[in-house]
Unconditional design. Structure first.
Length: 538
């Protein structure tokens, strides 16, 4: 526990009565005399209580707690402040990095720069600000580490080479659960760089007319933490990248796992590749012939109440299939609420597009199958709705399909696993928005790779934070940013003589810390480690 420092109270006048002065070395102490009596030898004596020491400059008494217990009054703390620094949010995030084993892996792999990598990652988590502002954050936060300046960060990022990154991924994979589904997805990050071979124009998910870098990522379905990522050229389509991504599996030690992917990765080459090595769950687009065939054959049947999945309002049925030479189950699901929502969205879309065509908007090369448009010699348009195509689309609404080779799983279990895939999409949002990766403003490939890696470390920490706080965030209607701001209000004051003072923790702050099995005493113990002989509450 903390060792309490004697509080430096403001000076008071030395009592004129019932007091005694004792000099010890260079200090003079004042004692209060009370309750006179005779000792065993019959000599007169009294109880003496030290109430403070004499300040040499003023000649006044520097009181201690005993003084106020005897004479009353309230202590006035005399503080000559050297610095006030944020601590609460840094403390928690740093503790998390240690708790999940991330800090240990980073230090072991990056022996020279591990602490710097962790500090920059924590900065990304807590602020989401550009790297050049990190030195200011370091100065206003009590970390016990050296300030990260921009030149120092640049040197550190360039030292994070591919060999070290792969060494980290192998160690991190080994530290995580192996018997779990891995969610796999891809996103793109726009870049202004002109000297990076990976930056190319391609399908930009943010709708921006900028070149980009694509990122593929594995995410643990049970641990709910990022496991591995790799970057590739922005022009390569998602479906073509899976095989390249999976070539890393053996190197990383990813063996006894299964994969879950959205419908964008559904194609025969990917299914064949996965079926050779891993179990999988993969979504199927309703626009594909296989989906239309299954819905036409089993759609009406699956709407029956006998297929309701537990307490859910969704129906689900497993259909055995071997069309690619491998036994699999095609899971057909139906949701009435999804059907109604899609119906409203689709009709709104049809009405809007019909109005645009009537106003003379040009025809699109694709996506006009819901209208029959003719033009006469004077370019006057005749627009009719293609009700056959519209009805076919409406008949497929409310249904969604998945294919899996995990034949032991029920439709409900498959649905639960697939829904966990959404966490990786949330992580990509965090990577772009909360961890300052919306744009890659670095120009060299090595600096980009370094920043991407540190952002990945930050994403692991942020994911763990969100997982632990999810119930609290829902109940309190708070955001993760608001929680981190609340903890930032836990400050540490350092006096000119090296004393550390920590402001009291509020009820809300204690509740947040409790989500991570941390208490106010744990936080104060962490403060005391910066100066174990000099700490007290503010």
């Amino acid at each position: 526990m903390n060792q309490k420092h004697k509080v430096p109270y403001d000076t008071v006048e030395v009592p004129e009565k019932n007091r005694r002065l004792k000099s010890t070395g260079s200090s003079t102490y004042v004692y209060h005399l009370s309750k006179s009596f005779r000792n065993e030898k019959g000599q007169p004596t009294n109880i003496q209580t030290c109430i403070g020491s004499i300040d040499k400059e003023s000649g006044k008494l520097v009181p201690n707690d005993n003084y106020f217990g005897i004479y009353g009054g309230k202590p006035g703390i005399k503080i000559e402040i050297d610095s006030i620094q944020n601590f609460g949010n840094y403390y928690l995030v740093n503790e998390i990095a240690e708790e999940i084993g991330l800090a240990r892996v980073v230090r072991n792999v990056f022996s020279g720069t591990g602490e710097e990598i962790l500090l920059l990652a924590i900065y990304f988590v807590l602020t989401g600000l550009p790297m050049y502002r990190c030195d200011g954050w370091c100065r206003e936060t009590m970390t016990g580490k050296e300030v990260l300046t921009s030149p120092r960060i640049s040197r550190m990022l360039k030292e994070i080479d591919n060999h070290k990154r792969m060494e980290f991924f192998r160690a991190w994979v080994n530290a995580r659960q192996q018997h779990e589904y891995l969610a796999y997805d891809v996103t793109s990050i726009s870049s202004y760089s002109r000297g990076n071979d990976l930056v190319e124009y391609g399908y930009n998910r943010d709708g921006e007319s900028l070149p980009q870098v694509n990122i593929g990522m594995y995410y643990g379905e049970e641990s709910r933490l990022p496991i591995f990522y790799c970057t590739y050229k922005g022009s390569i389509v998602d479906k073509s990248h899976l095989e390249y991504m999976m070539q890393h599996n053996k190197i990383l030690g990813i063996n006894d796992v299964s994969f879950v992917m959205d419908r964008g990765f559904y194609k025969e080459e990917n299914i064949t590749s996965l079926s050779h090595k891993h179990k999988y769950i993969i979504g199927i687009s309703n626009s594909l012939n296989i989906a239309k065939e299954i819905i036409a054959k089993y759609g009406e049947e699956v709407m029956s109440s006998r297929y309701i999945l537990g307490s859910k309002s969704i129906r689900g049925k497993a259909i055995l299939d071997d069309r690619y030479g491998y036994r699999s189950n095609i899971m057909l699901f139906y949701s009435k609420s999804k059907d109604l929502d899609e119906d409203e969205i689709f009709i709104t879309k049809i009405n809007k597009r019909e109005q645009e065509l009537m106003e003379g908007k040009p025809l699109r090369e694709k996506g006009e199958e819901y209208f029959i448009v003719t033009e006469d010699d004077t370019s006057r348009r005749s627009i009719k709705r293609n009700h056959d195509a519209i009805d076919e689309h409406l008949n497929n609404q409310g249904f969604f399909l998945m294919m899996t080779t995990d034949l032991r799983k029920t439709p409900e279990e498959i649905l639960d696993i697939y829904r966990m895939k959404d966490i990786i999409e949330k992580s990509f949002d965090d990577l772009k928005n909360a961890i300052e990766m919306k744009r890659l403003r670095v120009h060299s490939e090595e600096t980009m790779d370094g920043k991407m890696f540190v952002s990945f470390i930050a994403l692991i920490i942020r994911s763990y934070l969100f997982n632990k706080l999810s119930d609290y965030l829902e109940k309190s209607k708070s955001s993760l940013a608001e929680v981190l701001d609340e903890l930032r209000m836990i400050k540490v004051v350092k006096t000119s003589d090296g004393v550390l003072l920590c402001n009291p923790v509020t009820k809300r702050q204690r509740t947040i810390l409790a989500c991570f099995d941390r208490s106010e005493d744990d936080l104060k113990d962490a403060v005391s480690r910066f100066n174990p002989t000099s700490f007290f509450d503010l």
